[in-house]
Design a protein around this ligand. Structure first.
Ligand code: C5P
Length: 480
């Protein structure tokens, strides 16, 4: 008979089981037994852990998550102060940013705002009591502390901050703050004299040392007639924006403002209108580099030979067939800040390309005269006027990988070479993984940095990270 480990189930199913078992006051194991029994008897409850929640009511111990999964969730602790009225607006501001909000009200907060108003705005049950038998049956304070991406305390009163700084846990709010492993953002609000009091200063300093983040307080008029100074809670919109920055930190775009030229894929060198010479390059590595550079904020122009890949999002793609067309397009794209030559350009083309399809004749096979193609990488690396400041070539080798790559670096005049072994046994040509060595110049010496085997996407991200570092460090040594 198979056994079932609940711990190993999907998070969504575990959440559903916890909610359902808490609601029915059974252990999770008992609940699973009941569900299985109901299934067998054909009277199962639909398994919809994220179905729309029932209307908030005190008989519902914990809410079910609503609709599509939210992008982020916040536990909002509302402390007892006149600024609590602004927290009603804060709930709205968070929700309009697709942040789900579960609210906890301290006892004092309920003197300023009602659980009903908070629940109506958050569309969730409101939590007020550490000793609520319904939610604590399922360790409610632990779940409120951990089943969120961020805890916001607004208003954070002097008392709540003192409790936090000293590790108290004698009510639901302080117990959550002590039990959490999530980031905590405080929006203090208090009278200026309380804010400047030595005890509050000590507590604030301690909280900052503990990694707690603060927004505000702002300076301005107080609710107390005739008083002004630092102590006003930040506006709801400021707190919501700060929460959003913590929940969704801006993506770094180290190549913003840089123009990156990339070649990729094979080239097709025509023999006649229907035949051509080609190679096995899939273009995957060059396309992955284009996507990674675009994600890093660069303007990317990809000059690609014939491939079976869709154009990467946000990248300008120039489709070409032959090496000569590729060179033409590359020259038209310049100037660029960075040029990466990942294409497997055919070294030779047919000199006597047939205008009509070549026919079999009794004279035997027509002779194919080959002439050398222009070396696009070397041509661009040796430009004197429009040479991109960073020129990177690839060396696909089947033997003497590092030695061949080092001599290619010198011969072609580029700054870096990405060397990879393309022996058939490696599966690199057309495959999804790559093992590369980055060959560059450092302090007049040639340095070899060998990377572990990675997917082509990972190689691309790593290469873009190196490029971004060299661009920002300005440590690039020119080829000459
Ligand atoms: O000489 P080899 O083909 O091994 O050099 C590889 C490097 O040179 C790659 O970066 C490739 O894109 C580039 N190359 C080129 N034009 C050619 C041949 C190679 O840009 N005709």
């Amino acid at each position: 008979m198979a056994s079932l480990t609940i711990r190993k189930l999907d998070e969504g199913i575990k959440t559903y089981l916890r909610l359902r078992s808490a609601r029915n006051r059974r252990s999770v194991e008992e609940e699973v037994r009941v569900i299985l029994g109901e299934l067998i008897e054909g009277r199962e409850e639909p398994l919809t852990p994220f179905a729309a929640p029932p209307a908030a009511s005190s008989s519902t111990p914990m809410p079910q998550r609503s609709g599509a999964l939210p992008e982020a969730s916040v536990t909002l602790i509302i402390g007892g102060g006149i600024a609590a009225y602004k927290s009603l607006d804060l709930i709205r501001r968070l929700k309009e940013r697709r942040i789900e909000v579960r609210c906890v009200l301290t006892k004092a907060a309920q003197q300023f705002v009602t659980p009903l108003a908070v629940s109506a705005l958050s569309h969730e049950r409101v939590y007020t009591d550490l000793f609520d038998p319904q939610s604590e049956f399922d360790a409610g304070h632990i779940r409120l502390a951990r089943e969120c991406d961020l805890i916001v305390v607004a208003p954070a009163t002097a008392d709540l901050m003192a409790k936090m700084a000293n590790g108290h846990a004698d009510d639901l709010a302080s117990a959550i703050l002590l039990a959490t492993n999530r980031k905590v953002l405080l929006a203090p609000a208090m009278n200026p004299l309380m804010w400047n009091n030595a005890a509050t200063r000590r507590n604030v300093a301690q909280l900052q040392r503990d990694g707690v983040m603060l927004i505000g307080p702002n300076s301005g008029e107080m609710a107390e007639a005739g008083e002004a100074g630092i102590g006003r809670m930040s506006e709801a919109i400021e707190i919501a924006a700060a929460a959003e920055r913590l929940l969704r930190p801006p993506v770094p775009r180290p190549l913003a403002g840089k123009r990156v030229l990339i070649t990729a894929g094979p080239t097709h060198e025509p023999i006649d209108p229907v035949r051509y010479i080609a190679n096995r390059s899939s273009g995957k590595q060059g396309f992955a580099i284009a996507a990674a550079a675009q994600a890093a904020g660069a303007e990317v122009i990809l000059v690609s030979g014939p491939v079976d890949l869709g154009d990467p999002h946000g990248v300008t793609v120039k489709h070409v067939e032959s090496a000569r067309q590729m060179l033409e397009q590359v020259q038209a794209v310049l100037p660029a800040d960075i040029a990466i030559f990942a294409a497997a350009v055919a070294d030779w083309r047919v000199a006597n390309e047939g205008e009509q399809k070549l026919k079999k004749t009794s004279a035997g096979m027509p002779p194919l005269q080959l002439v050398e193609n222009p070396d696009i990488l070397a041509t661009i690396a040796k430009l004197t006027d429009k040479r991109p400041p960073l020129v990177i070539g690839f060396a696909a080798e089947t033997e003497h990988l590092i030695d061949n790559a080092k001599s290619k670096l010198a011969r072609k005049g580029c700054d870096w070479i990405v060397a990879n072994d393309v022996s058939p046994a490696t599966g690199v040509m057309g495959g999804d993984r790559n093992t590369v060595h980055l060959i560059s110049r450092k302090d007049g010496e040639i340095a070899v940095d060998s990377w572990p085997v990675m997917t082509k996407e990972q190689v691309a991200i790593e290469l873009v990270a190196h490029i971004a570092k060299s661009v920002t460090d300005k440590s690039l040594e020119p080829a000459s």
